[in-house]
Write a protein that binds this ligand. Structure first.
Ligand SMILES: [Zn+2]
Length: 256
């Protein structure tokens, strides 16, 4: 049996220093420290407001009754609009600027990587940053949460956000259940070119993100609270620690 190897921050820093091309894959765990609620948790919207996640993000439901999704969206935007990126989000953005991080692949729809200053971000599940009119196909880009709030409030049929050209219902470019993840190929390419993969705050239970670490033999460092669905291997390290605390120490070692 292959042993599960952990990794001290100082050794993590050494591996980052040696790496030619680092890629990060991030999941919900990187955003919980920012205050993004776990919607499935006891205080989450799915519980307190009784939203059914199977309906909120299900494309058939959206087509029949977009109202349900938009009621969730109104609460979601209200919850996340003032949330700021974490230390780890900002640290990743800095690594990109200094040249060793080739990009971030994220499972999150919260736009926090871009807010932190990351430029190369592949959003596997999309986000509220852009939208498409379900009637005429007009595309809306560079949207902020403030824009959504305004659009939902100004609509003649709140909280539905409508197209300014044809009054059709807008759909944010979030990947719903029943839709294809359209950014998987570029994500796979990015993973294949790296020589160090950081998997941060993901338990790797959700496809297609869970496929990505299998696409490379590069050194892989997984930092996540709780179990991760990835078999141990000689090139893989597993750290069960708080992300921000761990990367503060890594950053300290890199400076030293
Ligand atoms: Zn339209």
């Amino acid at each position: 049996m292959v042993k599960i190897q952990s990794l001290e921050p100082v050794r993590c820093a050494a591996l980052i220093r040696q790496a030619r091309c680092v890629v990060a894959l991030t999941g919900a765990g990187i955003s919980t420290a920012a205050g993004i609620p776990d919607f499935r948790g006891p205080q989450g919207l799915y519980v307190t407001r009784r939203y059914d996640p199977e309906k909120v993000f299900e494309i058939g439901w959206f087509r029949r009754s977009p109202q349900y999704f938009y009621e969730f969206s109104r609460d979601f935007v209200d919850t996340v609009k003032d949330i700021r990126p974490t230390f780890t989000h900002r640290w990743l953005a800095e690594r990109e600027q200094t040249g060793c991080l080739a990009g971030v692949i994220t499972q999150n729809i919260d736009i926090l990587h871009q807010q932190a200053g990351s430029r190369k971000v592949i959003e596997l599940h999309g986000s509220y940053r852009s939208a498409t009119c379900t009637a005429c196909g007009t595309q809306y880009a560079d949207l902020s949460y403030a824009w959504w709030q305004q659009a939902m409030a100004a609509s003649p049929t709140p909280p539905l956000a409508l197209c300014s050209r044809c009054n059709g219902v807008l759909k944010p470019d979030i990947v719903f259940f029943g839709e294809l993840v359209d950014h998987y190929s570029p994500a796979e390419q990015l993973v294949r070119q790296c020589d160090l993969l950081l998997v941060l705050g993901s338990s790797l239970k959700v496809t297609p993100a869970s496929f990505l670490p299998h696409q490379t033999q590069a050194t892989t460092i997984v930092v996540n609270r709780g179990p991760v669905l990835l078999p141990p291997a000689p090139h893989r390290y597993f750290v069960d620690r708080d992300l921000d605390a761990y990367f503060r120490e890594v950053a300290e070692s890199l400076r030293g």
